[in-house]
Design a protein around this ligand. Structure first.
Ligand code: NAD
Length: 402
C-alpha cells in the first residue's frame, strides 16, 4: 500500500527529503512550498532534472515528488505523514496554514524540532491535538546543502544516530521504527518533548559560538570570513562548557523534583558530540578538540555579510534568529520555572537580544515585550513548574493523571 507523505519547506532539508523519499515506490510524496516563488522554482527544476538528485557520500539517489503545492489543502489532505523540514521560526505559520486540512490519525513532526515544538503544536491545534500524533527529531540527520534549486542537493555528512520523541509518548518507538526504515538512519525513541527541548545542543553551540566570536567585535569589517566551529578556541569552549553545565544543573533539579522524569538523553555537550559524530572526530579528549577535529564541521564559516571593506557578522542569520527564540529561550524559561540560575546563558541571551534588536529578558526575568514571538513556556502562559509538567504530560502516564 502506498503511504502519502507531505514535506513542508523548500530549503536544504526539504530537498534532501524529497529526493530520498521520492525515490521510494511505496511512497507518494508531495512538497508544500508556499514561501515566495519557491513552488515554481521547484516545479521547473524537477521537470528539467527529472526529479531531485541527492549526492550522498556513497552515491546518487534520484527521487521525484508527485506534486509541488502552494495550496495547503492540496498539499496535506490525505497525507499520513507530514514532515516539517523548516527553520523553527517557520513551524508556527506553516502549522496554522495546514492544521485544518490534516487527516485524523496523521503523524506530524519536525526535523529538527528545536525547543518547545510541542508547545507550538498544542497552541495551534488546541482541542484537535488528540486527533494526531506529533513527533520531533533532536537534530537533522544530515548536514546538507542545495547545489541547484529544485534539482540537486548534497549530503555532506550524516549523523551516526538521532533521537526522536513523540506525543503521545507511546508512539515514539512506532514512529522511530517507521522513519528509520524510510530514512536508513538509526533513530532512538526518547522519553518526552521536555527531554528533546533540553537536549538540543544547537541552542548552546549556535548562540554560544556567535557570542564567543563576536561579542567584542569593534564594528570594523574582517578581511576574511571567520571559521565557525573551528573558530572555537579555549575561551569559547569554556563558555560552551558553562552553558552546558547550566543545562545539566537544570536537568538534575528537575530529576530531583520528579524522580520518574527521564532526562537521560540530555547529555553534556562533549558527550553529545561523541554520540553524534564519533566516527568523524579524531581527538575527542576536550570540548575544543572535539570541535576542531570534527570533519563534519571542517571549513564551515560563521554567518557573515560582505561589505565594501570585507566581511561583517550577520546577526539576523539562523544561529541567532532561530536558536534564540525557538531554542535557548525555551530552556531559559523552563529554568526560570524551576528556579535554576543560568548566569552564563543569561549573558549570551542579553548580548543576542541586543544584536537581534529584541527584548526577551528584562531584569533577568522572562518578561520582555518580544516573548510573544518565542516558544518559551511563559509565552504560552505557564508560570508554575508543576502546572507546566502536568499539562504538557512530561511524566510517564500514571503520574500525569495523579
Ligand atoms: P533552510 O535555510 O534551507 O530553509 C529555508 C527554507 O525554509 C526556505 O527556503 C523556505 O522554504 C522555508 N522558510 C523560511 N522562512 C519561512 C517562513 N517565514 N515561512 C515559511 N517558510 C519559510 O533550512 P535547512 O537547512 O533546510 O534547515 C532546516 C532546519 O534544519 C533548521 O532548523 C536548521 O537549523 C536545521 N539544520 C540544518 C542543517 C543543514 O545542514 N541544512 C543541519 C542541522 C540542522
Amino acid at each position: 500500500m502506498t503511504t502519502q507523505v507531505t514535506i513542508c519547506g523548500g530549503g536544504n532539508a526539504a530537498h534532501t527529503l524529497a529526493g530520498l523519499l521520492g525515490s521510494r515506490q511505496d511512497l507518494s510524496v508531495k512538497v508544500y512550498a508556499p514561501f515566495g516563488n519557491e513552488a515554481q522554482l521547484w516545479q521547473e527544476g524537477i521537470q528539467q532534472n527529472n526529479g531531485i538528485t541527492v549526492n550522498t557520500p556513497t552515491g546518487k539517489i534520484q527521487g521525484r515528488p508527485s506534486a509541488i503545492c502552494q495550496d495547503p489543502s492540496a498539499a496535506v489532505a490525505g497525507s499520513q505523514l507530514v514532515l516539517l523540514a523548516l527553520p523553527a521560526f517557520a513551524h508556527e505559520p506553516i502549522l496554522k496554514q495546514i492544521a485544518a486540512h490534516i487527516l485524523p490519525g496523521a503523524w506530524v513532526g519536525a526535523l529538527p524540532a528545536r525547543g518547545g515544538f510541542d508547545l507550538c503544536v498544542r497552541d495551534v491545534f488546541k482541542g484537535r491535538l488528540s486527533d494526531i500524533s506529533i513527533f520531533g527529531f533532536q537534530t537533522l540527520p544530515w548536514a546538507c546543502r542545495i547545489q541547484e534549486f529544485g534539482k540537486r542537493v548534497t549530503i555532506l555528512g550524516a549523523k551516526d544516530q538521532v533521537d526522536l520523541t513523540a506525543w503521545p509518548s507511546a508512539m515514539a518507538p512506532i514512529i522511530s521504527t517507521r522513519l528509520q526504515e524510510l530514512l536508513s538512519i538509526p533513530i532512538n525513541p526518547t522519553a518526552s518533548f521536555l527531554s528533546l527541548t533540553l537536549a538540543d545542543t544547537g541552542q548552546l553551540i549556535h548562540p554560544g559560538i556567535m557570542y564567543g566570536l563576536f561579542h567584542d567585535w569593534n564594528g570594523q569589517p574582517y578581511n576574511n570570513p571567520r571559521l565557525f566551529y573551528q573558530g572555537v578556541d579555549g575561551v569559547i569552549a569554556g563558555i560552551l562548557q558553562q552553558m552546558s553545565d547550566e543545562i545539566q544543573s537544570l536537568r538534575a533539579t528537575l530529576e530531583g523534583y520528579y524522580p520518574s522524569l527521564d532526562l537521560s538523553a540530555v547529555r553534556p555537550l562533549v558527550d553529545w558530540l561523541k554520540f553524534s559524530y564519533q566516527a568523524n572526530i579524531t581527538d575527542s579528549s576536550t570540548l575544543q578538540s572535539s570541535f576542531a577535529t570534527n570533519s563534519s564541521y571542517s571549513g564551515l564559516l560563521a554567518p557573515m555579510k560582505t561589505t565594501d571593506g570585507g566581511f561583517i557578522p550577520d546577526f539576523q542569520a539562523r544561529y541567532l534568529s532561530e536558536d534564540v527564540p525557538c531554542n535557548l529561550l525555551v530552556t531559559r524559561g523552563i529554568a526560570e520555572l524551576a528556579g535554576v540560575p543560568t548566569p552564563v546563558i543569561d549573558k549570551v541571551l542579553s548580548w543576542s537580544q541586543k544584536r537581534l534588536e529584541k527584548e526577551y529578558l528584562t531584569s533577568r526575568k522572562m518578561q520582555g515585550a518580544d516573548l510573544r514571538n518565542t516558544r518559551s513556556p511563559q509565552r504560552y502562559g505557564f508560570t508554575d513548574l508543576n502546572q507546566f509538567i502536568q499539562e504538557m504530560k512530561y511524566l510517564p502516564c500514571t503520574n500525569n493523571t495523579a
